[in-house]
Design a protein around this ligand. Structure first.
Ligand code: SAM
Ligand code: SF4
Length: 426
């Protein structure tokens, strides 16, 4: 989401005559787009700011702005704590960036942290960094209240980009040569058009028909909102990738209730069964949090057992970090000691690696359809691409180039990558 926001900010600034530089040292304005979702992301911004402080001391004319969720979350405190920052701008205020910069150049320090519950930045043509695939935010904000999460505070209430606008945008992307689009939202399956109430299943169906030559992906889905109808749309449309990212966070129903996720372990497993019965071979990935408040060893083992039962393709795995002001911060005790959180996380990572390796190795000897994305980092003679199930594949390029859809015969696998040889155009 931040990458997509940065592309919007770049567009807003370029249309006012600002020019991006590839050379940080020559920049007259430096903007940091920040993430507040976990403590280590916030710490990273802190480290960057320390470097910028020295640079600002040497060059008083340098304009430094911090955008996004960290200032939105920490409010004026953040600005007061860093007197060398010229302005801070929350996620709903980016249309005013040119005027903020103008004010700074006239000597002001500027704080813009208002919410705008209608702002979707629709109508702005982002300066896209990808050439083969790109992101398209379809909704912003979140109306849930998961106990550990800052997103409802930092990004405000849910609002969706109008249906017609999303479809037109996808059509434009297809016409300009994009081969893949990922529809983005904190909770994409809450999408609904404000005018006529059309939902995410309808949107996905319409988008996939509008651009039949493009691969369609989406993220993130909330387990409590994933409907049979949506899964049937994914199964029925060949260009919608058979991959669902469905964060579970914990395998314990008691912890899920404390997290205010709105479903139990059993309900989650029933959703997985429903999805697999409708889309055989679907890839499922997840997010997991180790060491949430009061989690016992037994409850941690329930997370491991859920992983064994579902056998996710891959996971984003974190240990719990308390975020000030969240429901958990106000109502629960962050009482699992950090070494225990870290040890549990390591067990989760180790198990996921074993499961991913086993699942990836099942592709050895098979042919998979791959969209080539880029040159491989290892060798220019190789390309990197992805299967519809989102597995990375590395192969000798032969006559193929990024953007081609081709068949690759898989010869080897690690827990994160398939290795193969080209077997012709798809
Ligand atoms: N909207 C998505 C959902 O509900 O599944 C998730 C969005 S959140 C920005 C991304 C992931 O960060 C979460 O799924 C969760 O695993 C992790 N996360 C969020 N807050 C966290 C916290 N306080 N500590 C550790 N991990 C956290
Ligand atoms: Fe955060 Fe929960 Fe909303 Fe996801 S659904 S963004 S975890 S509050």
């Amino acid at each position: 989401m931040n990458q997509a926001d940065t592309e919007i900010v770049t567009s807003l600034l370029q249309s006012e005559g600002f020019v991006p530089t590839g050379d940080e040292a020559s920049a007259g304005i430096i903007l940091l787009n920040s993430c507040a979702v976990r403590e280590n992301a916030v710490d990273r911004i802190g480290n960057f700011l320390q470097q910028l402080k020295g640079r600002k001391r040497r060059n008083r004319a340098l304009v430094i702005g911090v955008l996004g969720c960290v200032p939105q979350f920490e409010k004026e405190r953040f600005f007061d704590a860093h007197p060398f920052i010229d302005f801070v701008a929350g996620p709903d205020t980016y249309r005013s960036l040119p005027s903020m910069i103008a004010q700074v150049r006239e000597g002001a320090r500027v704080v813009r942290l208002e919410y705008d519950h209608r702002e979707t930045y629709s109508g702005i043509d982002p300066v896209r960094s990808g050439r083969i695939g790109t992101f398209l935010p379809v909704m912003r904000g979140c109306n849930n209240s998961c106990a550990f999460c800052v997103v409802p505070v930092t990004r405000g209430r849910e609002r969706s980009v109008p249906f017609r606008r999303v479809v037109d945008e996808v059509s434009k992307l297809a016409a300009s040569g994009y081969r893949e689009v990922t529809l983005l939202g904190q909770n994409v399956n809450s999408y609904h058009d404000a005018e006529d109430g059309r939902d995410f299943a309808a949107l996905l169906d319409a988008v996939s028909r509008e651009a039949p030559g493009m691969r369609i992906r989406f993220t993130t889905s909330h387990p409590k909102d994933i409907s049979r109808e949506l899964v049937e749309v994914i199964a029925g449309r060949p260009n919608i990738c058979n991959h669902i990212h469905l964060p579970v966070q914990s395998g314990s129903s008691r912890i899920l209730e404390l997290m205010r996720r709105g479903h139990t372990r059993e309900e989650y497993l029933r959703r997985i069964e429903m999805i697999r019965s409708i889309i055989p071979g679907v890839a499922l990935t997840t997010d997991l949090i180790a060491g949430f408040c009061s989690e016992t060893d037994e409850e941690h083992r329930q997370t491991l057992s859920l992983m064994e039962e579902v056998r996710f393709d891959s996971s984003f795995m974190f240990y719990y970090s308390v975020r000030p002001g969240t429901w958990a911060d106000r109502n629960l005790q962050d009482d699992v000691p950090e070494p225990v959180k870290k040890a549990r996380l390591q067990e989760i990572i180790d198990l996921q690696n074993v499961i991913s390796l086993e699942r990836y190795r099942q592709d050895i000897g098979r042919s998979v359809e791959v969209l080539a994305e880029s040159e491989s980092r290892r060798a220019v003679s190789q390309l990197m691409g992805r299967t519809g199930t989102n597995r990375a594949v590395v192969f000798d390029r032969g006559e193929f180039a990024p953007g081609d859809l081709l068949q690759v015969h898989v010869t080897d696998a690690t827990s994160a990558t398939l290795v193969g040889v080209t077997a012709g155009a798809a």
